[in-house]
Ligand binder design. Sequence first.
Ligand code: PLP
Length: 367
Amino acid sequence: MRIPPIDLRPAIDETAPAWRANLDELFRRGQFILGPQLASFEKRFAAWTGSPYVAGVGNGTSAIEICLRAEGITAPHDEVLTTPLTAAFTAVGIRSAGPNVKFADVDPHTLQLDPESVERHWSRSTRALVAVHLYGQPCAVDSLSKWARRKGALFIQDAAQAHGARFKDRPLTAWSTYVTYSFYPTKNLGALGDGGAIATALPRRAKKLLEMRDGGRRGGMVSFGPGINSRLDELQCCYLLAFLTKIDEWNARRAELAALYDLLLQGCDGVRPVSRTPDSVNHLYVIRAHRRDKLKRYLAANGIGAGIHYPVPLHLQPAFASSGQKRGSLPVAERACKEVLSLPLYPHLSRDHVAEVASTVRRFYGA
Ligand SMILES: Cc1ncc(COP(=O)(O)O)c(C=O)c1O
């Protein structure tokens, strides 16, 4: 594939001196779990996101699970609301803690969780709301946090796709009890393996998170309460610390390339970019495309890789049938899943490649 959907190698090469130095230090010290690289990464990631406290965890899925467990939202009769248009792992994290998952529909323009639908799907059993900043675009955080407060529900922001995003010029931790992150390799800030983090502004919650991720332990061999084993390891922190020095530059480059796509696809019948605001950190560049699957095959035949985020809404995936929500119940998300297509976007993609992708899309539609 001449233009793959994502290529991590240039970012790895560009930062090699920094992560090699971190690895040398790691091997010299020989502490591979809960060591100084993690402490340093937590501090720097907290400063960069404007979060008072950060706990590194094993991945973005268990980040969500830990938040719910920390609040005791673990009973099968508890319900947690989220969006059906996200990675399955958002709901997997919820289910892993124990509660049932329910879905509300998304807004037809932004494809983010629709606060009115959230209101409609609330029930007496709803204990928490997990809102996702899909594709890097902050969702309607203010209405959703207000709604959660009014209902006495826990509010979690799943920022797995939104490293560096703020809302109304404030850090995400200003808007909810917890903000969860994934460092899956393809994220804006990715490790070279699994990784995740939880950010919070609340010191007591922060302490609890550190305990929960390490089996309920407080730095010793005694477990004081419920916990799981989900720690961000030192090896991944060696890479994350190196990549963190470049993330502002990389996010700026994503924004530049996304704006170029907007410009080059303007007026192309059959294509509508999913709307974004300048707050987006442009994790993905997603269009809604007429005859989407044919377009995807046409791009592949021309050496261009594209992705679908996501092909099946979560309420229609067998794993989440316990939501009881059938086909037709969340029509906006169901339709979006048939139309969305993610065009290649990563910091080291060239402007010429963006132009080539856009012109291939235009050629498909005869534009
Ligand atoms: C929105 C969202 N939430 C949660 C996750 C889960 O993260 P991880 O793969 O680190 O468990 C992902 C990653 O796929 C994601 O995109």
